[in-house]
Design a protein around this ligand. Structure first.
Ligand code: BTN
Length: 267
C-alpha cells in the first residue's frame, strides 16, 4: 500500500489560495523526467505556470550530468515551467528558487534549512551538512521570451544507495511529515512570490535573504571544478546577479564565480 497518495490537482487548488490561478498542475504516475517532459511541452507553447509532478522518474536528471533517483513515498519530484519576458530577469534564478523552498519549509516548521550555491538545500546536523534537495534550472529561448524549466527534487526520507554527498530527509526536520498537497502548495506559493520579485525587481531584492540562509557565508571553502585544481578561499556571499563571491589566499582580490559547474565544500 502507498504511504502517501499521488497529488490530486483538485485537492491542491484550494491550498494555493490566491496563487491558484498561476499554476496548472499535471500529476503523472511516471515519466522519464518531469523537466524533460516540460521541455518537450515548452516547444508546443505550454503556458507559464505549468507544473508536472511525478511519482516515478525513469531518467531523473541532477546537475552536472548526475542521475537523480526518486521514490514515490520518499521524495517529492516536480518541475515548473515559467516564461520570462526579459532574459535579465533570469539573473539569480536558481538562488531565488532556493529561497522559495527554504521559506516554504520554514513556514511548515522546518528549522535549519540552509542554502548552498548555486542550488542545493542543506540541513546542518552536528556540524555536518547533508543534502535535503536540489534544483535544476534549464532554459529554452524563442523569439519572444525565455522559458525556464525549474526542476525540484526534495528528499522526504533520506535516500539510500551510493550518493555523491551525505543526504538527509525532511522527516528528520518535520515529524510528522506534512501532507503532500500542503507541502507542494507551500512550495508553489513561495515560488510564485520569488518569481514575481525577479520579474518586478531583481535578484538584488533577494540577495540579503539568500546570504542569511547561506550555509557557508563568510566561511572558508574549497571550490571544485571539473578538471581544475581546487581553489580555496573565503566565501563572501553572492553578487546582485547571483555570482558567487570568493576571496582567495593568492590575494588576487574578489573573484566572481559565474559557472554552476563547480561544487563547494567547507575547507
Ligand atoms: C541536483 O541537485 O543535482 C538537482 C536535482 C534536481 C532533480 C529534479 S527532480 C524533478 C526534476 N526532474 C529531473 O529530472 N530533475 C529535476
Amino acid at each position: 500500500m502507498r504511504a502517501m497518495p499521488r497529488i490530486d490537482p483538485t485537492l491542491l487548488r484550494p491550498l494555493l489560495g490566491d496563487r491558484a490561478g498561476r499554476f496548472d498542475v499535471d500529476a503523472l504516475d511516471t515519466c522519464d523526467s518531469t523537466s524533460s517532459e516540460l521541455l518537450r511541452r515548452a516547444e508546443h507553447g505550454t503556458p507559464s505556470g505549468t507544473v508536472v509532478v511525478a511519482d516515478h522518474q525513469t531518467a531523473g536528471r541532477g546537475r552536472r550530468g548526475r542521475v537523480w533517483l526518486s521514490h514515490p513515498d520518499d521524495s517529492l519530484t516536480f518541475s515548473l515551467l515559467w516564461r520570462f519576458a526579459d532574459h535579465r530577469q533570469l539573473a539569480g534564478l536558481s538562488l531565488a528558487v532556493g529561497i522559495a523552498l527554504a521559506r516554504a519549509l520554514g513556514e511548515l516548521g522546518a528549522t535549519g534549512v540552509r542554502l548552498k550555491w548555486p542550488n542545493d538545500l542543506l540541513v546542518e546536523t552536528d556540524g555536518h551538512f547533508a543534502k535535503l534537495g536540489g534544483v535544476l534550472v534549464e532554459l529554452t529561448h524563442d523569439r519572444r521570451s525565455v522559458t525556464a524549466v525549474i526542476g525540484i527534487g526534495l528528499n522526504l526520507r533520506p535516500p539510500t544507495g551510493e550518493l555523491p554527498q551525505p543526504a538527509t530527509g525532511l522527516d528528520r526536520q518535520l515529524m510528522p511529515l506534512p501532507e503532500r498537497h500542503a507541502l507542494l502548495a507551500a512550495l508553489l506559493r513561495e515560488l510564485a512570490n520569488v518569481l514575481d520579485t525577479l520579474a518586478t525587481g531583481s535578484f538584488a531584492c533577494l540577495r540579503d535573504e539568500w546570504q542569511r540562509r547561506h550555509a557557508w557565508q563568510g566561511r572558508e571553502v574549497r571550490l571544485l571544478g571539473d578538471g581544475e585544481a581546487p581553489r580555496h578561499g573565503r566565501c563572501l556571499g553572492v553578487d546582485n546577479d547571483g555570482a558567487l563571491l570568493l576571496t582567495t589566499a593568492t590575494g588576487t582580490g574578489t573573484q566572481r564565480i559565474l559557472s554552476g559547474d563547480v561544487s563547494l565544500r567547507p575547507a
